[in-house]
Design a protein around this ligand. Structure first.
Ligand SMILES: Cc1cc2nc3c(=O)[nH]c(=O)nc-3n(C[C@H](O)[C@H](O)[C@H](O)COP(=O)(O)OP(=O)(O)OC[C@H]3O[C@@H](n4cnc5c(N)ncnc54)[C@H](O)[C@@H]3O)c2cc1C
Length: 515
C-alpha cells in the first residue's frame, strides 16, 4: 500500500486521549499481525481538566468494547448509576418546579407518540411519570438493575457518574497492561510540518522528535495541533450559550449510609445552574454561570448556600471556558477529539459522548492510506458539524423555555431574546406549535438527542402543542393501555429493584453475581 497509516500519535492524556487510545488499541492492537502502533504523549506539568463526571448510556457499550469489567470500573472510578437528569427550578424557580429527563424511552416509542395522548387526556401526572418508569425509580432512590443482572445489561437504561481523574487512570492502566500502547510523559514544544502541510512529527522536550502518520489532538482547551499549528478557527458560541465559568468542589456525604442520587441534580440559579453528582465516596458539585451576568463572589456565595455546610474558598476550583467549537475537527492528518474539538457547557453531559462518537468513527473508518484520508475527513467533519448544531439547539432549548425573571440578573430574560436563539431551533419550535416531536424531525442516525429527549424537555418545561390531528378511538384506547402498562411495570420495579447505595456496596464487595 502507498502511504499506509500505521503510526498513530495521540497528544494528551486526559479522558479524551485515553478513551481514544483504549478504543483504538482494543480494536487494532489485539491482533498479532497488526502493523498499527499507538503512541500517547502527555505532559506532566499540564494537568487534565479533571471534571466530566456524568455520562450517557453509550458509555456501557464503550467500556464493553474496551474490555473493562463493569465491577472493576465501578470500584476503581467510584462510579454510580446515572438514570438521567432532574431539573430543579428551571421553569419558574419555585420550590415545586422540577422535571426529569430520564434515559428510558417513552413506552412503545417506536410506534406510538404518547406525548400527543398525554396532553389530550389531561396531565394528572408528569409526562415522564406517565410514559416511563424512571422518574419513580429515581424518586425512590432505586438502582436501575439487580446484582444478578449481567454486566452492562440494564433493567432500566442507565449511564454513570464517575470520578474523571480515576477514570483516565483506569483507562491508562488498561491500555498499558493489555495492549502495547507506548506512553511518553513529556511536553510537546513544537509541531513540524511535511511538504504537503500535514503534520510530520512533534518535538518533545526530553524525547526528541516523534513521527506519525495520523495525529490525534487531545490537548484540551490548548488545542495545540489543530488550533495553534494548523490554524483551524474556533467558532465562538457565547452569543447563544452564555455559561463560561465553573466553580467546582467535592463534598463528603454526611455518613456511609447517606442515599446516593441516581440522577444529575441540575438546579437553576439566577445566572446559571448548579450540578450535584453523587459518587460512591463523595458528591461532586459545581456552579456554572455566565460571568457577564453575575460576579464570581455572588456565584461562590450561591454555591456555598446550596451546599449548606462550611466550604473554604481554597477548596473551590475555578474553570474558565469559552463555549464553542472548531469549525471542523479533522484537517490534513490531524483530528481534534475532546475539549480541543470544542466544549459548550456541562449541561446534559454532552462532551464525553462526543469523544465516544469520534472514537467509534475512528475505529470503524481508520484510513488505511493517506489517499483515502481526505474522503473520510470530509465525512467526519460533516457529521460533527451537524452534531454541534444539534447539540447547541438542544442545550439552548432548556433556557429558551424558561419563564424565570430573576431580579438580580437578566441571564434568563436575555436567553429568550430572539437574536440569541439559532434559526434551526426557532424552526423546530415553530414546527412543534402544531405537531408533537417525533421520529421524522431528525433524519440522521446517531443523533445524540432523539425526539424522545425533546419530548421530555418540552413537556417538562410546560411547552404545549396545539395539534390539528385528532386521534381515533382505537389510538386513544391503545395509548391508555400503554399508560396502564407503564404504571404496572413501575409498581413491579419499585418492589424488586434494590436501593442504589445497597447495590453499589454489593458490587464493590462481591462483583456482579450470576443468576
Ligand atoms: C466545568 C466542566 C464540567 C464538565 N462536565 C462534564 C460532564 O458532566 N460530562 C461530560 O461528558 N463532560 C463534561 N465536561 C467535559 C469533560 O471534562 C471533557 O470532555 C473531558 O474531560 C475530556 O477532556 P480532554 O481530555 O479533552 O482535555 P484535558 O482533560 O484538558 O486533557 C488535556 C491533556 O493534554 C495534555 N497536554 C496539554 N498540553 C500539552 C503539551 N504541550 N504537551 C503534551 N501534553 C499536553 C495535558 O497534559 C492533558 O493530559 C465538563 C467540562 C468542564 C470544563
Amino acid at each position: 500500500m502507498e502511504n499506509p497509516i500505521n503510526n498513530i500519535v495521540i497528544v494528551g492524556g486526559g479522558t479524551a486521549g485515553w478513551m481514544v487510545a483504549s478504543r483504538l488499541a482494543a480494536q487494532y492492537l489485539s491482533h498479532t499481525q497488526s502493523k498499527i502502533t499507538i503512541t500517547l504523549v502527555e505532559s506532566a506539568s499540564v494537568k487534565p481538566v479533571g471534571v466530566g463526571e456524568g455520562t450517557w448510556p453509550t458509555m456501557r457499550t464503550t467500556l464493553k468494547k474496551i474490555g473493562i469489567s463493569e465491577a472493576e470500573f465501578i470500584r476503581e472510578c467510584d462510579a454510580t448509576f446515572k438514570q438521567g437528569s432532574k431539573f430543579n427550578g428551571w421553569v419558574t424557580g419555585n420550590k415545586s418546579d422540577y422535571y426529569y429527563h430520564p434515559f428510558v424511552l417513552p413506552q412503545d416509542f417506536s410506534n406510538t407518540n404518547l406525548m400527543h395522548h398525554w396532553q389530550e387526556i389531561g396531565q394528572a401526572s408528569s409526562f415522564s411519570n406517565a410514559v416511563c418508569v424512571q422518574e419513580q425509580l429515581c424518586a425512590h432512590g432505586l438502582a436501575p438493575k439487580q446484582i444478578n443482572t449481567p454486566e452492562y445489561a440494564s433493567v432500566a437504561n442507565y449511564g454513570y457518574h464517575l470520578n474523571a481523574g480515576k477514570f483516565a487512570a483506569l483507562l491508562q492502566k488498561h491500555c498499558l497492561a493489555k495492549f502495547s500502547v507506548k506512553h511518553i510523559i513529556d511536553d510537546v514544544i513544537k509541531v513540524n510540518s511535511a511538504k504537503n502541510g500535514d503534520i510530520a512529527s512533534i518535538s518533545t522536550q526530553k524525547h526528541g522528535e516523534i513521527k506519525g502518520d495520523l495525529f490525534i489532538d487531545c490537548t484540551g482547551f490548548a488545542c495545540l495541533l489543530l488550533g495553534k499549528h494548523l490554524k483551524v478557527p474556533f467558532i465562538d458560541k457565547s452569543d447563544t450559550l452564555f455559561i463560561d465559568t465553573a466553580l467546582t468542589v467535592q463534598v463528603p456525604y454526611e455518613n456511609d449510609h447517606s442515599p446516593i442520587s441516581c440522577v444529575t441534580q441540575s438546579t437553576a440559579t439566577s445566572a446559571g445552574w448548579i450540578w450535584d453528582i453523587g459518587l460512591t465516596h463523595r458528591r461532586g458539585i459545581g456552579h456554572v454561570f455566565s460571568s457577564r451576568h453575575t460576579s464570581e463572589t455572588d456565584a461562590e456565595a450561591k454555591l456555598k448556600d446550596y451546599i449548606g455546610q462550611h466550604i473554604k474558598s481554597g477548596e473551590i476550583k475555578k474553570i474558565k471556558f469559552k463555549p464553542g467549537h472548531r469549525s471542523h475537527c479533522w484537517e490534513k492528518n490531524c483530528i481534534a477529539v475532546g475539549l480541543s474539538a470544542g466544549f459548550l457547557e456541562p449541561l446534559e453531559a454532552s462532551s464525553l459522548v462526543q469523544i465516544e462518537f469520534a472514537a467509534d468513527w475512528l475505529c470503524d473508518q481508520l484510513p488505511a492510506t493517506r489517499t483515502t484520508m481526505d474522503i473520510i475527513a470530509k465525512r467526519f467533519n460533516q457529521a460533527f458539524t451537524y452534531r454541534w448544531s444539534r447539540l447547541i439547539d438542544f442545550l439552548k432549548l432548556h433556557y429558551v423555555l424558561s419563564k424565570r425573571t430573576d431580579s438580580d440578573s437578566d441571564f434568563w430574560i436575555e436567553n429568550r431574546h430572539s437574536n440569541s436563539i439559532p434559526e434551526s431551533l426557532k424552526e423546530l419550535l415553530s414546527l412543534w406549535q402544531h405537531h408533537y416531536p417525533w421520529h421524522h424531525d431528525f433524519e440522521h442516525s446517531n443523533e445524540i438527542f432523539s425526539s424522545a429527549s425533546y419530548q421530555y424537555i418540552l413537556a417538562g418545561m410546560g411547552f404545549r402543542t396545539n395539534a390539528n390531528y385528532l386521534s381515533s378511538d382505537a389510538e386513544n384506547a391503545l395509548a391508555m393501555k400503554h399508560f396502564t402498562q407503564n404504571q404496572t411495570t413501575t409498581n413491579k420495579y419499585l418492589l424488586h429493584l434494590p436501593k442504589h447505595r445497597e447495590l453499589l456496596n454489593q458490587i464493590i464487595q462481591y462483583g456482579f453475581q450470576p443468576k
